[in-house]
Design a binder for this molecule. Structure first.
Ligand SMILES: Nc1nc2c(ncn2[C@@H]2O[C@H](COP(=O)(O)OP(=O)(O)OP(=O)(O)O)[C@@H](O)[C@H]2O)c(=O)[nH]1
Length: 356
């Protein structure tokens, strides 16, 4: 009986979004990864745009694990298709029409804003039941990355929402350029480790299992997911790093004008959920587009354990109640990466809502 029940409950498949600007090495990485035995059960959805070159070769040389989407750009035209494709994959998997994949990777077009696909995964009623976001990877080309960040706001956004930044083509760039680019990437997203990926060679263990729920570990790995310590790291050589009058740390001034700000709000004591929700709604109403990524763990009065929140711009995943705190630190902590919004007014507004 229990076996039947277990089979009826569908697992949530981890989804990795692979993003990165044109020619940044996404397909090369995908090809490198798919060669590895531990990636055998990975389904791949490729979103093509304009010229089809390498992507098609990869698809044609691959087996049924590969499913191509070729109707245009993820950010504007393909959302309906994407939803349809992700739903179809689940159906086909359960009917045995395709190999029983246990992980999904979506390669976005280089021009894509990664937010809409994240929104889809977080809010589509069918998809959010069947898939869970494992992580967002962004490839950044060591040779052209700096210029792309200068000229293309979408590439800044891709970096800001990522969980891992993969620096490619370091073999073609000099050391000084690589370190200047790395500094800029860290400024734009202190939470995402910057890893070097040469000619698509990467260890899957570094790229997967980044979500809150890693089935291999059974218990939610809040620390790995939130990485709040990264927002408070001391960078002795980083002039852009600031301390405020609360003694808290944040990455504020941005010498390249990317205007990305990353900080952590901390609150001691229980939070009433309604007040928190009012605050978030107000924040979204005023700044929705500029809240690039928000993650948090909250000490909510009405819940026995902590509550985890996760948002991308104006869209939030339904809050997740955890059974227990991962450690002795029971403070509410919210990490934010924003476009142009500083910590102080956000924290002030937060405290004001909680005090009402
Ligand atoms: N030298 C060097 N070349 C690389 C590296 N990674 C990728 N390339 C090359 O860079 C070119 C672009 O790589 P792709 O993997 O097609 O990049 P992409 O991000 O998929 O490109 P689009 O799909 O056009 O956005 C290819 O010719 C790759 O062989 C690297 O680490 N070093």
């Amino acid at each position: 009986m229990s076996d039947t029940t277990a089979q009826e409950i569908p697992p949530q498949f981890p989804v990795t979004i692979l993003t990165g600007f044109l020619g940044a090495g996404k397909t090369t990485l995908l090809r490198g990864l798919l060669d590895k035995p531990e990636m055998a059960n990975t389904a791949v959805v490729i979103n093509e745009f304009g010229e089809v070159g390498l992507d098609h070769m990869l698809v044609e040389s691959a087996d049924e694990d590969m499913i191509v989407m070729d109707s245009g750009c993820l950010c504007c035209t393909i959302r309906g298709d994407m939803i349809e494709t992700l739903r179809r994959l689940i159906k086909q998997r359960y009917k045995g029409e395709i190999p029983a994949f246990d992980r999904l990777m979506i390669e976005t077009t280089g021009l894509a804003d990664p937010a809409p696909i994240l929104h889809t995964l977080m809010t589509d009623p069918v998809l959010s039941n069947r898939y869970r976001l494992d992580g967002v990877l962004v490839c950044v080309d060591a040779v052209n990355g700096m210029g792309q960040l200068d000229g293309q706001p979408e590439s800044v956004k891709q970096v800001a929402v990522a969980d891992r930044i993969l620096l490619t083509k370091t073999d073609l760039a000099d050391q000084a350029s690589v370190s200047a680019l790395t500094t800029r990437l860290r400024e734009n997203n202190p939470a995402a480790p910057v890893l070097t990926v040469l000619n698509g060679e990467a260890d899957p263990a570094d790229l997967f299992g980044l979500g809150l729920f890693d089935p291999e570990k059974k218990v939610p790995d809040v620390a790995r997911w939130l990485r709040e310590e990264a927002f408070a790291e001391d960078h002795p050589h980083d002039h852009d790093h600031a301390h405020d009058h609360h003694g808290q740390h944040h990455h504020d001034v941005n010498r390249h004008g990317d205007n990305i700000k990353a900080f952590c709000l901390i609150h001691e004591g229980e939070i009433e959920w309604d007040k928190f929700a009012d605050w978030i709604e107000s924040l979204i109403a005023v700044h929705g587009n500029d809240l690039l990524r928000i993650k948090g763990i909250l000490d909510v009065k009405e819940a026995p354990g902590p509550v985890v929140i996760h948002g991308v711009q104006h869209v939030f995943h339904p809050p997740t109640a955890l059974e227990a705190w991962p450690d002795d630190d029971h403070r509410s902590r919210i990490v934010m990466i924003t476009r142009g919004i500083s910590r102080e007014p956000v924290q002030e507004m937060f405290e004001k809502f909680l005090a009402t």
